[in-house]
Ligand binder design. Structure first.
Ligand SMILES: [Fe+2]
Length: 403
């Protein structure tokens, strides 16, 4: 995140004496990526940020996966995991149900009505897409009010928590990377500014505007971090003597921010545009794209739905989060559906949909896509909400659905 920002009080010169009104020195913390060689921010704490008084084990939710074997396309009905209102009595961190994952990224879904504990992901950045509901995301950098359609990017090791607001639980699709999640390099100037051809710009990004301080003693922070086994993930609860939200000011280029999918300006053409024009973010070995309501292909002989495609290097995951997804009509896909189209198998529109799409001028569809460059395994959530008929839906008549 190369856009410089300053919030609250900071001294005019970095790494110099900066004192509280009572004369005590503030404690300066540099939060930086890639070993002092990439983006960073400087935070000024009232108390020592490394002071802890206890460490205990956090038993993480089940993060195991099984191979997609025998290989087939999958349809996961994420909403069914939380159809029982009692299932929503969870928080946005501990209540996540793992759908798909590999050693680069994990995709989970949660419907949460409870406040989360303070949480920090030490493995990588998180991109939390809010499907419905509203919340405040509080962090050491300040607060962000978020709502439907927001992507919330939380940098690695940011202490934060999720507080649902409003009358309905928050529905969130969580993309947890083992790397950093950033705008695609081709959208950026060599100095990091978003370029004219990018589908969004700095004005579309929202970030904390004021410092956030809280008081407390013996405050627990739930930390997800690397284990010693390759790919292993473990959890620890650290207890801090005072509240970690004690930053009076910070500045730099690394901080949480939100971007709403409605601010993504779609790129269209006379004939079908390939998925890279829909890209929003990227991490190591995966990309995030979105399909938004848009005018569609306007060549007189255009076929507006996609051609069949075989992405030989990718597993493709679509989260259908709004509108009416044209290409998958008749397949059982609906709001909250997640499709997995694995590498090694061609996919595309359902039977009859290319013909039916001719002459269409506008698609009212909303979907978030994650393409991974290594195969995804199925988590416990996926095994609990799969529609077993989906794999055979291309073989069904359009008006007959998935038979
Ligand atoms: Fe595709």
């Amino acid at each position: 995140m190369p856009h410089y920002r300053t919030v609250g009080e900071v001294p005019p010169k970095r790494h110099t004496q900066f004192r509280a009104p009572d004369g005590r020195l503030y404690h300066e913390e540099l939060v930086g990526e890639e070993g002092f060689s990439s983006d960073s921010s400087l935070l000024y704490h009232k108390e020592i940020p490394s002071a802890i008084v206890d460490a205990s084990t956090w038993s993480l939710p089940d993060l195991s996966t099984v191979d997609n074997h025998p290989l087939r396309p999958r349809h996961l009905q994420s909403h069914s995991l939380f159809a029982d209102p009692a299932a929503c009595n969870v928080d946005l961190v501990n209540g996540r149900r793992l759908l798909l994952g590999n050693s680069d990224v994990r995709l989970s879904y949660v419907v949460a009505e409870a406040d989360s504990p303070l949480y920090r992901n030490g493995l990588g950045d998180e991109c939390v897409y809010i499907e419905f509901g509203t919340a405040i995301m509080e962090s050491v950098f300040g607060s962000l009010a978020v709502g439907p359609g927001d992507y919330v990017i939380v940098p690695t090791a940011t202490t934060h928590r999720w507080l649902p607001t409003g009358d309905t639980p928050v529905r969130a699709y969580c993309i947890e990377a083992n790397s950093h999640i950033v705008p695609p390099k081709r959208y950026l100037s060599r100095f990091g500014q978003l370029l004219e051809h990018a589908p969004y710009c700095e004005r579309d990004l929202r970030a904390p505007a004021e410092p956030l301080t809280r008081t407390g003693e013996h405050v627990k922070v739930y930390l997800k971090h690397r284990g010693s086994v390759p790919g292993g993930i473990v959890g620890t609860v650290l207890t801090y003597p005072t509240h970690p939200f004690d930053v009076v000011g910070w500045d730099g280029c690394l901080y949480p921010y939100a971007f709403n999918i409605a601010d993504f300006e779609p790129i269209t053409g006379r004939v079908h545009q390939p998925p890279p024009v829909h890209q929003v973010f990227e991490g190591h070995n995966f990309v995030v794209c979105n399909f938004v309501p848009r005018k569609v292909d306007y060549h007189p002989l255009a076929v507006p739905v996609p051609y069949y495609h075989s992405n030989v290097d990718s597993d493709e995951v679509m989260f259908y989060c709004g509108g009416d997804y044209e290409a998958r009509k008749g397949s059982g896909i609906g709001q909250g559906s997640i499709s997995l189209h694995p590498g090694g198998h061609a996919h595309g529109p359902g039977p009859g949909t290319p013909e039916a799409s001719l002459g269409a001028e506008f698609f009212d569809e909303l979907a978030v896509m994650v393409d991974t460059f290594r195969p995804l395994g199925l988590g416990e959530g996926a095994l609990d909400c799969e529609d077993p008929a989906y794999a055979w839906s291309w073989n069904a008549r359009r008006d007959g659905g998935a038979e």
